[in-house]
Design a binder for this molecule. Structure first.
Ligand code: ADP
Ligand code: ZN
Length: 358
């Protein structure tokens, strides 16, 4: 199945389903990347042994001149040092403006490869072949970046892919914690926009976690559609797009203070969405939503409380400095009901403290 992302003048397809990768060469051609052109496949050390060889073979058989580059697995790969290695390799193998960069991997490989594509010779075509559930989130919106030692995603750009080919078959090898982490953002897309999607996720939790491909396809289509709806109304993050940050102000603080190690992104966001629901209740903005939020996250084996205690003052400091924040104020996306959120730009410290101390 295909979802078309329309952003202003441009649009690109997101193909989702079992076996999509087998059709990659055709999909590339449809997306305007003609055979004969050079393709630069970037992947990581965990994904390479699983999916690199057959992907390269499929593309070569499709008539493309394929080169590849393997980066270390994990967030550390999103560095200027690895970015420079990619540039050096790209120049060495003679990629030109007509070449395309293809990210075979999760959010890390996607962000890194996308940023390389955005900047190589001032921008070349970018294709995403996501291998994680979480990457559904980064497959829409065009944000690409690498990290700086002083901040995550600080060096980046907006660069839309020409094509996203999402093969649900490639998700079956994901480690269980990565599966759960991906579902956190899927659930988030329900919680911010679509109460009936949340109900559907509650009803199909078992099937989805057993990798039922029809259900996975439906879940990813729906989650991506929510993101498309939000991003297409606000491509450059002026207003509405901020609602995608549900659970993220808290979550980023949890990630930062655990040194991006103890918990992964989806887990931090899950705990953050529970905190946001509790804060909304405390502020009288919503009633009886934290209980259901906790329940659905638990269904997907996600944590709903911090595994280790963190210092409340330090968390508040990090949240005031959040990139999305404004002038040291505490800005939060808070639920007003299941499937509905609002942006609150000046929340008092006291209730936040109370929620963090719970
Ligand atoms: P995301 O940000 O999308 O969660 P990452 O790029 O951080 O993705 O990937 C999470 C981890 O899972 C990494 O260690 C990566 O190597 C590994 N990984 C990604 N896709 C797969 C897959 N399909 N099968 C097994 N491991 C995978
Ligand atoms: Zn996120």
């Amino acid at each position: 199945k295909c979802l078309t992302v329309e952003l202003g003048e441009r649009s690109y397809p997101i193909w989702i389903g079992p076996g999509v990768r087998q059709k990659l060469a055709d999909l590339l051609q449809q997306a305007g990347i003609a055979p004969g052109r050079k393709l630069f496949v970037v992947t990581d050390q965990n994904i390479a042994p699983l999916y690199l060889e057959d992907t390269v073979q499929l593309l070569t058989e499709g008539g493309y001149a394929v080169h590849h580059f393997i980066v270390p697995a994990g967030e550390e790969a999103k560095s200027l040092a690895i970015y420079e290695q990619i540039m050096t390799e790209a120049l060495t193998i003679g990629l030109d403006r007509k070449s395309a960069f293809l990210a075979l991997g999760g959010g890390v490989v996607g962000d890194l490869t996308g940023f390389a594509a955005a900047t190589y010779m001032r921008g070349v075509a970018f294709v995403q072949v996501p291998t994680t559930l979480l990457a559904h989130d980064s497959s829409v919106g065009g944000k690409v970046a690498v990290n700086h030692p002083l901040g995550k995603n600080i060096i980046g750009a907006f660069h839309q892919p020409k094509l996203v080919a999402y093969d649900t078959n490639a998700l079956t090898t994901l480690p269980p914690r990565e599966v759960a982490s991906g579902f956190a953002e899927v659930i988030k897309h329900g919680l911010i926009w679509d109460a009936s999607f949340v109900t559907w996720l509650e009803e199909n939790a078992d099937g989805l976690q057993a990798f039922d491909h029809e259900l996975l396809q439906a879940a990813l289509l729906r989650a991506c559609s929510v993101k498309v709806a939000v991003v297409s109304q606000d491509e450059r993050e002026q207003g509405l797009r901020a609602i995608l940050n549900l659970g993220h102000t808290f979550g980023h603080a949890f990630e930062a203070l655990t040194g991006y190690k103890g918990i992964n992104h989806g887990e931090a966001v899950a705990i953050g969405m529970v905190a946001a629901a509790r804060l909304a209740e405390r502020l009288g903005l919503a009633e009886n939503i934290s209980e259901r939020t906790v329940r659905v996250l638990r269904q997907y084996r996600l944590p709903v409380a911090l595994p280790v205690p963190l210092d409340v003052d330090e968390m508040l400091d990090v949240m005031r400095r959040d990139k999305k924040g404004e002038g040291g104020k505490l800005v939060f996306v808070l639920p007003t009901a299941i499937g509905k959120v609002d942006i609150y730009k000046n929340i008092e410290e006291e209730p936040v403290r109370a929620v963090l101390a719970e």
